[in-house]
Design a protein around this ligand. Structure first.
Ligand code: CA
Length: 454
């Protein structure tokens, strides 16, 4: 008898709640401010919003290194980049490393990974996987699975959803399952699907208040100056420069980005409909998140990487009617390294000794432990890559302030008051010695705490 069947037997005898299925839907680069449940001023996402209405919305969920491959590794391992070895886009996940999928599989869960993987080495700990090679493409993509490579006709987001529903339909219904459904969208170069290619065509998307902010540090993520012809699918009108170029490019890229989001929203709706129609609603924890946030013209930028709020914040919505009250909002600081311990906790497995994150299962129930963290540590490692020129940096974010130290560029430090200045427009570093000392002490404490795996 497997561990899980034994547990199910005992659970029945002791009247404990049954082991839940876990559906983890993750998109790529979907900022929370492009989700209407998070108050988006630029689009509507009715299906993702269903999760907020029927479950919980996390308002302070952050990634520990705001870039694709490292965030995925942090989610799977429950560890910071410097521990799991995936610091930058060029690193691969060690196939021997313990992950949440491996743990759940060993416990008797049926496990599947469908969509964008982007960790170089083949997925481990999954009974079934079907992934995009590398970044993959939006139209007629190739997928790789245990039997080889195959190209499919269609739009990537729709195909990933089809494969997800196919797997759900064909699974062994006697076992609980852990399903990762990872979209490529809305990652650059923002190619919309046929259904939404004309969405917003006659509209002007509202601009963020700091779209025309001058961009420092030599960053190559400026809307207009650094968006390419491939990104925009056209050349800028001749003679367009400066703010006029930024204004023009913003409308082009943001519309394509939001069109890609709309297909992801449809996908979430299809998965929710499947769960609801197949008596899986009550015993399934379903999560929607993104590997990090994204700049939607904020600070004049696109892309992510920086510790600014728009990039640091991850959307996180979860529904599990047995434990999570509908329509709740949680503002505790939660991290991508917490996801793995949280799923293990829901599965009744307890944490893994090497994981650095904490289970936030109780927080989702509205019962935040009194010792819950009041600050988080961030570290971006991919110093000065040729395409984006973002310096390496690290920092601490509390519920009210953020202190960041940058490598090789000026100013070395940035400090923001997040209550008074939520858009992070005024660097207060050098103005309040007492506050700086306090935040530096906390930063050092966190660096020591996470230096080694437990
Ligand atoms: Ca990403």
């Amino acid at each position: 008898m497997s561990l899980l069947s034994r547990r199910a037997l005992f659970a029945g005898m002791l009247q404990q709640p049954p082991t839940p299925n876990i559906v983890f839907i993750m998109s790529d680069d979907h900022a929370s401010h492009a989700i209407s449940a998070y108050g988006s001023k630029i689009n509507r996402t009715p299906n993702i919003d269903r999760l907020a209405k029927e479950g919980v919305r996390l308002d302070n969920c952050f990634c520990t290194n705001s870039i694709c491959t490292p965030s995925r590794a942090a989610i799977l391992t429950g560890q910071y980049s410097h521990i799991n070895g995936v610091n930058t886009l060029n690193d691969s996940l060690d196939t021997k490393r313990m992950t949440v999928a491996r743990r759940l599989q060993s416990f008797g869960y049926q496990t599947a990974m469908i969509g964008k993987w982007h960790l170089v080495t083949e997925p481990q700990g999954f009974d079934h996987w079907q992934i995009l090679p590398g970044q993959g493409v939006y139209n007629d993509p190739v997928f790789v699975d245990q039997s080889g490579r195959k190209q499919y006709k269609g739009y990537c987001t729709d195909l990933i959803t089809d494969f997800t529903l196919d797997w759900l339909g064909a699974r062994d219904k006697a076992k609980p399952f852990f399903l990762m459904c990872h979209h490529k969208a809305p990652h650059r170069p923002w190619d919309p699907g046929p259904k939404y290619k004309d969405l917003f065509a006659d509209q002007t998307i509202p601009e963020p208040s700091n779209l025309y902010q001058p961009v420092g540090r030599g960053l190559k993520m400026r809307v207009g100056e650094d968006t390419t012809e491939r990104d925009l699918k056209m050349k800028p009108p001749p003679g367009l420069t400066g703010d006029a170029l930024r204004k023009w490019a913003y409308q082009i890229y943001i519309k394509d980005y939001l069109r890609c989001v709309q297909s992801v929203d449809d996908s979430v709706g299809r998965v929710l409909d499947y769960l609801d129609a197949n008596q899986l609603r009550d015993n399934t924890l379903i999560v929607y998140t993104s590997d990090q946030g994204f700049f939607l013209g904020d600070h004049g930028l696109f892309d992510k990487r920086l510790m600014f709020e728009e990039s640091l914040r991850m959307p996180f919505l979860a529904r599990y009617p047995r434990e999570i009250k509908a329509g709740t909002v949680n503002t505790d600081i939660s991290l991508n390294i917490d996801f793995a311990p949280t799923f293990l906790d829901f599965a009744g497995m307890g944490g893994d000794g090497a994981m650095q994150g904490e289970s936030f299962r109780q927080n989702l129930q509205g019962r935040t432990p009194p010792t819950w963290r009041q600050s988080m540590y961030y570290r971006y490692w991919m110093h000065d890559d040729p395409d984006h020129h973002v310096p390496g940096h690290y920092g601490v974010r509390t519920k009210t302030h953020k202190l960041v130290r940058f490598q090789s560029t000026e100013p070395e430090w940035e400090l923001y008051d997040l209550k008074r200045d939520p858009r992070e427009m005024t660097n207060l570093y050098g103005k309040d010695a007492e506050l700086e000392k306090k935040l530096k002490t906390e930063l050092t404490r966190l660096q020591h705490k996470f230096l080694d795996a437990p």
